[in-house]
Design a protein. Structure first.
Length: 498
């Protein structure tokens, strides 16, 4: 389907021009902040020896990951602004999971858990970059879903937008085409251009296409037109900030001051811009008939502090940094809301319960995640942890175990907390309830021990990053020189990224 909109005004209505594909996809393109752009000429891609093609009866898989996307900044999850109208329309035809709590509010570990179906301590990736400029690369014994599908004849292609997911991150394994940001990051329109070029030339055999958008990550540079109307909801934004106890001003570790109202508007504008790019991507897929029999997984890798709990960024274990959106569309699956908590390792085991993919048994055999839609699934708490990078800023290693109604927290320094989400969804005041806290912490510690033990069995290794890659990560705020705190000097504030 192709849609046209007045390019000078992103709020103007769209008009359908070609025939319908699916109602939800059609509505998606109609509602999004569409801003068409001419595609640059195609770039050559190096291709390895192709495996035997998969059966043409196998469904395509389209994976969209939304970096730094808070669930509660989307209307579908209760936000007062319609920041992503296209996604809202798409959700009308999707399974919408209410409580995806990611295992770590950090890009590379979260994505690695998504693609392997295991927890961070199992795959070993505990930050975007380790101390000393190294990365941990998971064991060759741990396969991603991508590698499995590629071995069964799928075309596999990835288009990523920032250095944490570049070609030396380990995440590229199994992709026959891996198109990464040439510098520290690139905007969503550039990533969409590259993806659409590949889709235009792709043969009509089953594909796994992954597109990663990074636009909501600081710094926020969306064109001013994507903020239109925000200055007219002053009362609503003030009420929202007060209910969440958002600090009016915080500071990043660099000393940069972050004004909450300005940050909210700039962040939400980036969500609108990203929504625009989703429209272009789905338009291109629909025009080439790649949405007729397709498993679509659209998921956020983590959230963002935006001055809540005095944190402008992410990497910690507050609700707003862990709670991320998850939408799944599968052939024949009825749209509905899905309550209950789940985590990144559960995403593909759950999605694979809705379709049949070649080699899925291999993936499910290694996965620690569960199919939360299965008839025999028993709800359980999900584990989250701080990024290893936080240790550089004086934050002790901290874990949480989140259930449907409460969350317990424990740290390496011995502190523990309990949060009652039924009465305190924004985690504003911990409660005293040893009858719930102590068993929860004991269960969580046992899970950590088991995951560490499995990680040792799986193995893996560290690789030194190149100087160029370290510089790209430094430009994004992931690498910095931070002298250790002294006894007399105050500790620097926690990192606001990963």
């Amino acid at each position: 389907m192709v849609w046209i909109q007045d390019r000078s005004n992103p709020m103007s209505p769209s008009r359908p021009m070609l025939a319908v594909v699916a109602a939800s996809i059609a509505t998606f393109t109609a509602c999004a902040w569409f801003e068409p752009a001419a595609l640059p000429p195609p770039e050559p891609e190096a291709a390895p020896d192709a495996p035997p093609p998969a059966s043409t009866n196998s469904p395509d898989v389209v994976l969209i990951t939304l970096d730094t996307t808070r669930a509660d900044h989307l209307k579908r999850y209760g936000y007062f602004r319609d920041t992503m109208p296209g996604l809202e329309a798409l959700a009308d035809g999707a399974l919408v999971f209410d409580r995806l709590i990611v295992p770590m509010a950090t890009t590379l570990p979260s994505h690695t858990s998504l693609l392997t179906g295991v927890w961070p301590h199992e795959h070993g990736v505990l930050g975007n970059v380790e101390h000393g400029g190294e990365r941990f690369i998971p064991s060759d014994h741990l396969q991603s879903l991508v590698s499995i599908l590629a071995a069964h004849g799928y075309q596999t292609a990835a288009f990523t937008s920032a250095a944490p997911l570049n070609t030396d991150s380990g995440i590229q394994r199994g992709f026959q085409t891996f198109n990464a940001a040439p510098k520290a990051e690139r905007s969503g329109d550039q990533t969409t251009d590259a993806a659409l070029r590949w889709v235009a030339d792709a043969p009509r055999t089953p594909m796994l296409l992954w597109v990663h958008y990074y636009d909501p990550h600081n710094p926020w540079t969306a064109p001013a037109r994507f903020r239109e109307g925000f200055d007219q909801d002053g009362g609503a934004i003030r009420d929202w900030m007060e209910s969440h106890q958002v600090a009016r001003v915080t500071h990043r570790p660099t000393g940069e001051q972050v004004n909450a109202r300005g940050a909210m508007d700039a962040y939400d504008a980036e969500l609108r811009f990203m929504d625009n790019q989703l429209t272009r991507l789905f338009d291109g897929l629909a025009a080439r008939g790649r949405l007729d029999k397709t498993l679509i997984v659209l998921v956020g890798d983590h959230g963002e502090g935006l001055n809540q709990h005095n944190e402008p960024g992410h990497g910690l274990v507050w609700e707003e940094q862990l709670h991320s959106p998850l939408l799944v569309i599968a052939p024949g699956a009825a749209a509905r809301r899905v309550p209950g908590v789940l985590s990144m390792p559960d995403v593909f085991p759950t999605a694979l319960g809705l379709v049949d993919l070649p080699g899925e048994a291999e993936f499910l055999a290694q996965a620690s995640g569960k199919d939360v839609l299965a008839a025999d699934y028993t709800p359980r708490g999900v584990l989250s942890q701080t990024s290893i990078r936080q240790l550089k800023f004086g934050v002790p290693q901290t874990y949480t175990l989140t259930s449907d109604t409460f969350k317990c927290e424990w740290a390496a320094d011995g502190t523990t907390s309990l949060w009652d989400h039924a009465s305190d969804p924004y985690e504003l005041a911990p409660v005293t309830d040893a009858a719930r806290l102590d068993p929860c912490v004991s269960e969580g510690k046992a899970l950590v021990d088991a995951q560490i033990a499995r990680g040792k069995e799986l193995g893996g290794h560290r690789e030194k990053l190149s100087d160029a890659e370290i510089e790209r990560l430094r430009q994004l705020g992931y690498v910095e020189e931070a002298p250790p705190p002294t006894k007399d000097a105050p500790k620097p504030p926690p990192a606001d990224q990963e």
